[in-house]
Design a protein around this ligand. Sequence first.
Ligand code: CP3
Length: 341
Amino acid sequence: MNKFVQTLKKQNQGYPPVWMMRQAGRYHDHYQERRAKHSFLEICRSPALSAEVAMGPMQDFDFDAAILFSDILFPLDLLGCKVDFNPAPSFDFLLKTLDDLERYELIKDPAAYFAFQAESLTLLRAQLGSDKGMIGFVGGPLTLYVFAVEGTGKSDLLSAKEGLTDKRFDRFMRRLMPVMVQNILTQAAASPDVMAILDSSIGMLSVDELKDIYLPYLESLIKEVKEREPNLPILFYGKNISLEHWDVIASLPIDALGIDHGLDLKECFERYPNHVLQGNFPPDWMGLPENEYQKRLDDFLNQMPKGCMNRWICGLGHGLTPQADQNNVKDFVERVRRICS
Ligand code: CP3
């Protein structure tokens, strides 16, 4: 059994596996060479190209797991809100009023729509072999709602906040939920080792809003997936949230928590003794000059308790940015193996 899968079972020995979000991306020559010939959407929709791109960082940096190369926004496209990337996402229309809900189409066949992701995972698995992990992913429903309303995950999200109380959120969720379940189950058929739910926008909710407004949807999604795929571990990634938010999320049947760089990972290991944790080196530090980056990584690794190595997926607090230095990325994988052995 490989290191990544051992860790998901909290049985890893020795150094932790390394995986980074957006490890196949714009900081990497391998990706840029393919992007010069194909659009982002072409790469995502072609299983062969998408698997090839996902393998790039495995070949150059020897990560312990590969993630499906795709995007979280395809469910909105399926609902009839066409998505494009330049590279920031853009949409046909935004969900600004209750009337805009009528613009979403009735869902035809989600499993057929998401087949390109399952095919990419199947090709990826064949190329990875059995000594590396494989990660499937979807966006968190709240993050998809934020993109549907705002067209971006940034800025003040005022309209998305208003939508929590003017019924846009509830009605959107009711349309989205069956699509999310099918998105996950379609990928699950290709046997990823873990399903990541990337909910980067969850920090827009207070703890009370999380509990009262969002949790029932998240809970029903996760419970439905667990009923259908009881052996598929789930990793939930959240950004800009407090430990009190995490307490709420950790009460769900989620196996692994993806923690951002705003929190102290040591403290999280103590607070969540039954979970696998993923994180949380600051992504911006990957672009620092070699010496400065190395010093910070050494400090980060040396303060991690030895006792948490059995259940730690070592990586970043968010995704690699285009400014990351590929030499630092290569060094990261090697340095973790050396220092944490
Ligand atoms: O290697 C991997 O991690 C797999 C690929 C992956 C991408 N996006 C590729 C991508 C993953 C896991 C994502 C997730 C994703 N996409 C999230 C959740 C995580 C997060 O980053 O918070 C979100 C919110 C999106 C939506 C999205 N897609 C945005 C905001 C952007 C623009 C990014 C930017 O920096 O401008 C994208 C485009 C995108 N997704 C690119 C890549 C490699 C760049 C596309 C290009 O090359 O033109």
